[in-house]
Design a protein. Structure first.
Length: 220
C-alpha cells in the first residue's frame, strides 16, 4: 500500500470524503501517519507530499503541507524551488494558500530572507491565490520577528491595485500583522496610500490599531 492509499484509508475511517471532517481531525491523522514514515529525510518526505498534492484533494493537501512543515529543520535555499512548484501547480484557493504560506513556506522564508525577491515575482501571476501568497508568505516571518531583510511595504505596493478582493484582504492581513510590530510605520504607510488602496484592504490593515487611529484612517 502506497502513502496515498494509506492516508485515504485513515481518512475513510472518519468518513471522509463522504462526510464533512474538521481540519483538526485531518491533522491528527497527519501526525499518526507521519510517525510511520521510516525515512524522514527531507527529500523523501517532500516526495511523499508531492504524491499527496497530485491528488488535488483538500484533506490530502492539508497533510502534505503539515508534513512539509514537520521537516523544517532540514530546509535549505534549494527547498524554495519545490515549494514554488507546489504553489504554482497545486494551490488553487485562499485556504490552500494560507495553510501552506503561514506554515511551511513562511518558515522557509523566515530562515532565508534572501529568497524574498523571488517571491515578489508572484504578484503578476494569473492565479489570484499565488498573488495572495506574495503577501501571506510574509506573515509567519513577521510574527516570528525574523523579517529584517524582508520588505512588506514593497509587496503591498505591488499588490495595491490588484482587483481581486482576496488579494486585497491578503495584503491587508499582512499589514495588520506588521502593525503589531511596527504600528507607526504601518500608520504612515496607510496615510500615504489611502487614496489608491481599496477600502477592504484598509479595513483589514487597521484591525489591530487603537480605536482613535482606526477612526482617523477610515475618515481619510
Amino acid at each position: 500500500m502506497n502513502i496515498v492509499e494509506t492516508v485515504k484509508l485513515h481518512l475513510s475511517d472518519v468518513g471522509y470524503p463522504e462526510a464533512s471532517v474538521k481540519t483538526g481531525q485531518v491533522r491528527s491523522i497527519s501526525a499518526l501517519v507521519f510517525k510511520t514514515i521510516k525515512n524522514k529525510d527531507i527529500s523523501n518526505v517532500l516526495s511523499l507530499c508531492t504524491q499527496l498534492l497530485e491528488e488535488m484533494d483538500w484533506a490530502l493537501g492539508v497533510i502534505a503541507y503539515d508534513w512539509a512543515f514537520r521537516v523544517r529543520k532540514q530546509y535549505s535555499k534549494e527547498t524554495f524551488s519545490i515549494f514554488e512548484h507546489w504553489l504554482f501547480h497545486y494551490v488553487t484557493d485562499w485556504n490552500d494558500c494560507d495553510d501552506f504560506c503561514t506554515h511551511a513556506f513562511g518558515e522557509l522564508l523566515s530562515q532565508y530572507n534572501e529568497l524574498f525577491e523571488m517571491t515578489t515575482k508572484w504578484v503578476d501571476h494569473s492565479n489570484f491565490a499565488v498573488r495572495r501568497a506574495a503577501a501571506v508568505v510574509l506573515i509567519y516571518p513577521i510574527n516570528k520577528n525574523r523579517y529584517s531583510s524582508l520588505n512588506p511595504f514593497k509587496v503591498a505596493d505591488l499588490l495595491i491595485k490588484d482587483e481581486h478582493d482576496l488579494v486585497q484582504k491578503g495584503y491587508g492581513w499582512m499589514l495588520k500583522v506588521l502593525s503589531q510590530k511596527e504600528p507607526e510605520l504601518v500608520i504612515r504607510y496607510l496615510k500615504a496610500k489611502h487614496i489608491v488602496m481599496p477600502r477592504v484592504a484598509l479595513r483589514y490593515a487597521i484591525e489591530k490599531l487603537d480605536d482613535k487611529t482606526k477612526r482617523e484612517l477610515m475618515s481619510l
